[in-house]
Design a protein around this ligand. Structure first.
Ligand code: MYR
Length: 280
């Protein structure tokens, strides 16, 4: 049984990793001043933030057209018996549903769309795990069980500099009054039941980051072997420094750095910061 692995661009898996593991990528897009850019292909993270920082018009995002899924799945079905397609949470984007709908039209390979229930490198962890297991010759059933096991241990917390982006994009699921009460502070955010909700109200960026480390600490103490990624919205220097501190504090956790690319950055804004972790 040969299984191919697909993910969308919001996993922000580095190109060389995708190439090494044969992970196929379908891009979402940002629309800036009427121009559509496929992220990870037509526009980099840095160019995106530079472009929109002082722009008078705010960007918007779009999910991949179903035809793109159909094209890729049809191509892969010539060589593979199964396709596992890992996507950002179905609670914040229609991308997962697009993969499901396209998968239903494909002959010759069974398509398993997998809802990561979050996004970014946390989603990337699933795609990398799926691709590694597929290369080991594991059956789709075993791969999906591996992803579900990983999901039990997945944690992702993040904070934004300005909640207005999430509010404007409609991706913060809370009563208007709650959002209003959060606007002046830096709440810690996370995913619950596939949507973004405030985890705790915290007043400063420093305290929010410290709280994330406390949450990591609780899981480190459980003794499982963990991998973690710092995710930043164009704050590489800060991420590098945080990684050095965390690596010193938790030498047995494998840390890496990733970013909130154009699509996710449209909804979070520049200067966001997060940490996700799970079992290896
Ligand atoms: C679309 O247009 O379909 C894309 C919508 C993307 C919404 C993104 C909302 C923010 C997600 C934050 C993820 C943080 C993961 C650690």
């Amino acid at each position: 049984m040969k299984t191919a692995v697909v993910t969308d661009s919001t996993s922000y898996i580095p190109k060389h990793v995708r190439e090494t593991l044969d992970i196929h990528m379908i891009p979402l897009s940002v629309v800036i001043k009427g121009e559509t850019y496929r992220e990870e292909i037509d526009i980099t993270m840095k160019d995106f933030y530079d472009e929109v920082r002082n722009g008078d018009k705010l960007p918007t995002t779009t999910q991949p057209p179903i035809g793109e899924f159909e094209k890729l799945f049809t191509e892969l079905a010539k060589e593979f018996d199964a396709i596992i397609s890992v996507h950002l949470s179905s609670g914040i984007s229609g991308t997962y549903q697009g993969a499901v709908a396209a998968g239903d039209t494909i002959a010759g390979a069974k398509v398993y769309a997998y809802d990561s229930e979050l996004s970014c490198m946390a989603q990337g962890f699933y795609a990398i795990k799926a691709a590694t297991m597929a290369k080991e010759g594991k059956e789709p059933r075993e791969i999906l069980a591996g992803l579900d096991e990983m999901k039990k241990h997945m944690r992702a917390y993040f904070m934004v500099d300005d909640l207005a982006h999430l509010q404007r994009g409609g991706r913060l699921t809370s009563a208007q009054a709650i959002i209003g009460s959060l606007l002046s502070i830096k709440p810690l955010l996370h995913f619950q039941d596939k949507v973004i909700v405030p985890f705790e109200k915290i007043r400063s960026r420093k305290k929010a980051l410290k709280r994330i480390v406390d949450l990591l600490d609780e899981d480190v103490k459980k003794g499982k072997s963990l991998q973690a990624t710092i995710i930043h919205g164009n704050r590489l220097d800060e991420a590098v420094q945080w990684k050095a501190e965390l690596t010193k504090q938790y030498p047995h956790v494998e840390f890496s750095i990733s970013y909130f690319g154009p699509v996710i950055g449209t909804h979070l804004g520049e200067g966001s910061m997060g940490l996700c972790w799970t079992i290896k």
